[in-house]
Design a binder for this molecule. Structure first.
Ligand code: HEM
Ligand SMILES: *[C@@H]1O[C@H](CO)[C@@H](O)[C@H](O)[C@H]1NC(C)=O
Ligand SMILES: *[C@@H]1O[C@H](CO)[C@@H](O)[C@H](O)[C@H]1NC(C)=O
Ligand SMILES: *[C@@H]1O[C@H](CO)[C@@H](O)[C@H](O)[C@H]1NC(C)=O
Ligand SMILES: *[C@@H]1O[C@H](CO)[C@@H](O)[C@H](O)[C@H]1NC(C)=O
Ligand SMILES: CC(=O)N[C@H]1CO[C@H](CO)[C@@H](O)[C@@H]1O
Length: 334
């Protein structure tokens, strides 16, 4: 049996963190097409905004290079749940279990920078710049600071007044390529967009819990995932011992250049050195393997393509005009 057939047989392996996608696909696809965001939306209403956000991001990065990964993951979780409306920054209150209460949030970080940047723009121009736009702009700035290519970020998003733990419905690390692709499709993102956006795994880390079964009991076989390079299996086992429980330690998602925003993630996949099952699976699925090859290869267009895909993701379900609000504090509805 070919490795490909073997792998596609395992299909959806849901970890505790992730429920199966049940979302109404037409909901998000519509919003993605009708976006009315524009580059430099704040040019007259708050001309210093982008520079203030960039400076705050740079200052943070100077002391903490993990901020790039933190922001990228915040962007992904924001846009994929109810649209890019900063709904995942809201703290839970006694009367509302917000998105942050859902299990996939557990390891989100970087919200402190959003608060710092928000405080700076509120001082310059109160009540003008949304938290949702700050997420998008700071993420771009952090990508550029880490060596990625610049892309202009369309803005004009407004912040949601709703955040519900029960609406968190993200693809999980054990999803097959096909099920992950359908989660992206439901938000108006095609399979090329998905492979390109997963390139964000060129930076940041994963906790042992999310790839543990690939080391010790891959799809119930009692053995490691045969598609993982044996040397990587050994080194990951030493970081994630079999007896450990809970989230445990972390390893770099890109075993090449952890903090550089580059195409090394795809090169590692080509060497069977992907960390999450969904990462490695991209090289085995016939729809995605060629995309990985081209992003890993000479003349890779990853730099430019990533920015374009981020702009596309940034359109999902946005609130504009008089919808929602401009939050005064990003972690609280006004
Ligand atoms: C099928 C889609 C995806 C799945 C299943 C997935 C899954 C995961 C998992 C399980 C982790 C490890 C979390 C932890 O241990 O703390 C992770 C980390 C990360 N993900 Fe994804 N991800 C997906 C797509 C994306 C996208 C589209 C982006 C951004 C554009 C992204 C950005 C990141 C980053 C930067 C990290 C590292 C976070 C950190 O170091 O704090 N992911 N992802
Ligand atoms: C899904 O969206 C369609 C089109 O907007 C709508 O007619 C249908 O009722 C929705 N289904 C659910 C389960 O929300
Ligand atoms: C951002 O930092 C640069 C370089 O230090 C500085 O010239 C610029 O004025 C800062 N931007 C704002 C809006 O303060
Ligand atoms: C996916 O969308 C991108 C950007 O919108 C487009 O350039 C590309 O041709 C599409 N790819 C597929 C496979 O549909
Ligand atoms: C591996 O997983 C299978 C299926 O979930 C389970 O029945 C088996 O006990 C596990 N083996 C070990 C060694 O944990
Ligand atoms: C950062 C954050 O708010 N994390 C929350 C994620 O969800 C868990 C469990 O529901 C909460 O206990 C955390 O506080």
């Amino acid at each position: 049996m070919s490795l490909h057939l073997f792998r596609s047989a395992l299909f959806i392996q849901t970890l505790l963190c992730c429920r199966i996608i049940t979302m109404n696909n037409s909901l998000f696809a519509h919003a993605a097409i009708t976006s009315s965001l524009q580059v430099e939306f704040y040019a007259t209403s708050c001309p210093a905004a982008e520079s203030l956000i960039q400076n705050a991001t740079q200052a943070k990065w100077n002391v903490d290079r993990t901020i790039t990964a933190g922001l990228l993951r915040i962007s992904f979780h924001d846009c994929f749940v109810q649209g890019c409306d900063a709904s995942n920054l809201i703290k839970t209150t006694p009367s509302n279990a917000a998105e942050l209460d859902a299990l996939p949030n557990l390891t989100l970080h970087g919200m402190d920078l959003i608060d710092t940047a928000k405080a700076a723009v509120e001082e310059a121009c109160p009540g003008i710049v949304s938290c949702a736009d700050i997420i998008s702009l700071a993420t771009r700035d952090a990508v550029v600071t880490a060596g990625g290519e610049y892309y202009a970020v369309p803005t004009g998003r407004r912040d949601s007044r709703v955040s519900l733990a029960s609406s968190v419905n993200l693809p999980g690390p054990g999803f097959s390529v096909a099920s992950a692709a359908s989660a992206f499709q439901g938000r108006g993102l095609n399979i090329t967009d998905m492979v390109t956006l997963l390139g964000a795994h060129t930076t940041g880390v994963a906790h042992c819990e999310f790839f543990y079964s690939r080391l010790y009991n891959f799809s119930g076989t009692g053995r490691n995932d045969p598609s993982m390079a044996p040397s990587l299996v050994e080194s990951l086992k030493s970081v994630c011992p079999q007896a450990s429980t809970g989230l445990g330690h972390t390893v770099a998602l890109d075993q090449g250049t952890e903090f550089d925003f580059d195409d090394s993630y795809y090169k590692q996949l080509e060497k069977n050195r992907g960390i999450l099952q969904i990462d490695q699976e991209l090289t085995y699925d016939h729809k995605t393997s060629r995309i990985v090859k081209s992003l890993a290869g000479r003349g890779s267009r990853f730099g430019t393509s990533f920015g374009q895909a981020m702009v596309k993701m940034g359109n999902i379900g946005v609130l504009t005009g008089s919808q929602g609000e401009i939050r005064r504090i990003c972690s609280q509805i006004n």
